[in-house]
Design a protein around this ligand. Structure first.
Ligand code: SF4
Ligand code: SF4
Length: 76
């Protein structure tokens, strides 16, 4: 199954929980500050995303939306 994520860079605190939790290596930390002064996470390799939802479940800031592309339904 293919998936897609959207990260709200202004909610992100750069904790890297999503980076660690993604078994596909989709997410990395960006190089530009957000308004809060954190380096937010970036979905870098979206073609590898399976839509499993692990990253969103781990995110303490609820900054990640996950979409499953089998029916284009929002998962989390
Ligand atoms: S939904 Fe799963 S595969 Fe996609 S970025 Fe999140 S943890 Fe990785
Ligand atoms: S888990 Fe959430 S707050 Fe932490 S780096 Fe990822 S998106 Fe940002």
């Amino acid at each position: 199954m293919k998936g897609r994520i959207v990260i709200d860079r202004e909610l992100c605190k750069g904790c890297k929980y999503c980076v660690i939790s993604c078994h596909r290596g989709v997410i990395s930390i960006g190089k530009e500050f957000n308004k809060m002064g954190y380096f937010p996470a970036n979905p870098m390799y979206m073609d590898k995303c399976t839509g499993c939802g692990s990253c969103a479940e781990m995110c303490p800031e609820i900054a990640i939306e996950v979409w499953a592309s089998d029916n284009n339904k929002k998962k989390t």
